[in-house]
Ligand binder design. Structure first.
Ligand code: HEM
Ligand code: HEM
Length: 206
């Protein structure tokens, strides 16, 4: 049976052997939008209610952008899988990284969707810079409570996931000296033509 967890076919848009330009663009734009929405969310949590208004438009704009690009990204991952890990590593580490990637992909949908549902179920319209994107249609108490609880309770989980992900990327780069971060930035070193492996940073480059 085909293992769908790694990309198995090569086309310029598939991710075998690394991340395509589209995958990198989607990763960094969704990451920037997500971290921006999260930072404003932290601020919203901390500000007094009357001072929050000015931050809601940028928060919702970033969040809805994350939803649109996040859906595209998730569909691509389901269709073409992930590229094989860049570096040899213990199985538990590869599995932990893969689980974190799926959790982050799920969060890019769950957070904006819960934000929209929470707003609408509170009987409010979803507005962006004065334009109504979804009109108000009345309150639904249980849905507002459930979506609101998810949107708020997720905060520590998200901070933990992002810290784990960032820590992993930095460990690969600074401790293992492999190309995991470089290939996501689009400047991985050339592979050895004969072995298909990349020269290790501590080895002299041929
Ligand atoms: C990547 C997407 C998003 C992330 C990471 C995110 C995160 C957060 C966080 C951490 C908070 C603070 C929660 C707290 O009070 O403890 C918050 C608040 C809020 N978010 Fe989001 N959010 C996202 C998208 C959205 C979207 C798309 C909407 C609406 C369309 C939205 C509407 C709100 C509102 C109204 C609040 C204030 C909550 C309140 O007053 O009870 N969020 N968000
Ligand atoms: C500045 C912060 C970030 C850095 C340095 C970073 C770095 C990386 C690196 C190096 C990889 C490749 C890992 C591998 O090949 O094993 C990766 C993949 C991934 N990252 Fe990030 N990342 C950051 C922020 C984020 C954020 C905020 C999210 C979620 C919203 C995210 C979601 C993902 C996902 C889902 C993957 C798997 C590949 C893909 O589908 O694009 N990253 N990241």
């Amino acid at each position: 049976m085909t293992d769908r967890s790694f990309a198995t076919d090569y086309t310029p848009s598939s991710d075998q052997g690394g991340y395509s330009r589209l995958s990198r663009l989607l990763h960094w734009s969704v990451a920037a939008g997500f971290l921006g929405a999260l930072a404003i969310g932290l601020l919203l949590d901390w500000l007094p209610r009357e001072a929050r208004g000015v931050w809601l438009d940028p928060h919702r704009t970033l969040g809805l952008g994350v939803l649109a690009f996040g859906m595209w990204r998730l569909l691509r991952r389901v269709r073409i899988g992930f590229p094989a890990p860049e570096a040899l590593q213990p199985r538990w580490q590869a599995l932990a990284a893969r689980a974190t990637h799926w959790a982050l992909l799920a969060a890019t949908l769950a957070m904006p969707l819960s934000g929209v549902l929470m707003t609408v179920a509170r009987g409010r319209a979803v507005e962006l810079w004065g334009l109504t994107v979804i009109p108000a249609w009345g309150e639904i108490g249980w849905l507002a409570a459930t979506a609101g609880a998810l949107h708020e309770a997720a905060l520590p989980v998200l901070v933990g996931l992002v810290a784990l992900h960032l820590g992993g990327a930095l460990k690969h780069h600074l401790v293992d000296h492999d190309d995991t971060l470089r290939r996501m930035l689009g400047n991985a070193r050339e592979r050895h033509a004969d072995t298909g492996s990349r020269p290790h940073a501590s080895e002299p480059t041929p």
